[in-house]
Design a protein around this ligand. Structure first.
Ligand SMILES: [Zn+2]
Length: 291
């Protein structure tokens, strides 16, 4: 018996159960990369079905499971794909599902990516809370980190260590004046996520969006849904929501990306300058080991 798994001490009736949403809930908005209007609906789903995206705008309404095996791109957000059907920029929604303790949710979309909202997780949290939550019969499934695992690339390091809870410690640093080194460490649960991470918005460096705008890759992008950092200034609609909003958004993204394990992570993630590519590579390594 592992001393890292407190649930193994519980009788089956006490073990945490899976949860799904109580009813359907929808919201509509502009998608970041396509600029199109899209409607997203969350619906209850059976135990052990996990989170699935259903493209209701495509013939046959194909479904894509939110699992690491379906990740096809990590360049500007995490993209899932199966055949011709894709679901882009799924991380903020998945982070909210993870943080609210939901295990099984059907997500219907009328386009290839969720509405970007204000670039944070807040619209998804509000949507899911509006849908409510209900316990299911099946026990919740965990991925328990049993030994250190890591992924490194250049200045990026993402490390998973054994721990009795899901915790993230993150450091970011960019070579632009307004964005000094930021560090935060948090146990991830519904309360801490809602209070400390959920409002942190997507951000990008000015030199990056110059390229993206010229190549028409962020047609829905504006200061309504992102913070832009230039060498000498920060551009945003209403200032910063937290003094260290950037490290908080990186942690929000990690809560979403690591949900692609298909189980709840129990372990401590230590991340230095993380991003979707490194997050996803570490998730791949984790699923290849027993957990
Ligand atoms: Zn993000």
């Amino acid at each position: 018996m592992s001393d890292l798994n407190p649930d193994s001490l519980l009788s089956p009736s006490d073990a945490p159960r899976q949860r799904t949403v109580r009813g359907a809930a929808s919201f509509s908005g502009i998608a970041l990369h396509t600029g199109n209007r899209v409607k997203l609906t969350v619906l209850p789903a059976p135990a052990d079905s996990g989170v699935r995206f259903r493209r209701t705008d495509l013939p046959g309404q194909p479904e894509i499971p939110a699992l690491i095996s379906e990740v096809v791109d990590t360049r500007r957000g995490t993209t899932l794909g199966r055949g011709a059907a894709q679901a882009h920029t799924v991380e903020h929604l998945l982070a909210s599902i993870n943080a609210l303790g939901l295990d099984n949710v059907m997500v219907e979309m009328t386009g290839p990516e969720p509405p970007i909202g204000d670039g944070s997780a807040r619209p998804f949290l509000d949507l899911l809370r509006g849908a409510g939550a209900v316990e299911q019969e099946a026990p919740r499934r965990f991925y328990v980190v049993r030994e250190p695992m890591w992924y490194e690339a250049g200045e990026t390091h993402v490390i998973a260590l054994p721990a009795p809870v899901f915790r993230i410690s993150c450091t970011v640093k960019y070579n632009v004046t307004p964005l000094d080194c930021q560090y935060l460490s948090l146990d991830i649960g519904e309360d801490s996520f809602c209070r400390e991470l959920a409002d942190a918005r997507t951000f990008c460096l000015y030199q990056e969006i110059e390229y993206l705008m010229k190549n028409n890759l962020i047609r829905g992008g504006s200061l309504d849904n992102a913070v832009v950092i230039r060498q000498d200034a920060i551009f945003s609609k209403d200032g910063l929501r937290y003094p260290d909003e950037f490290v908080r958004h990186k942690m929000l993204d990690m809560v979403g990306d690591f949900f692609l394990l298909g189980r709840r992570l129990r372990g401590h993630l230590i991340a230095i300058k993380p991003g979707h590519p490194a997050n996803i590579e570490l998730v791949r390594k984790l699923v290849e080991s027993p957990g």
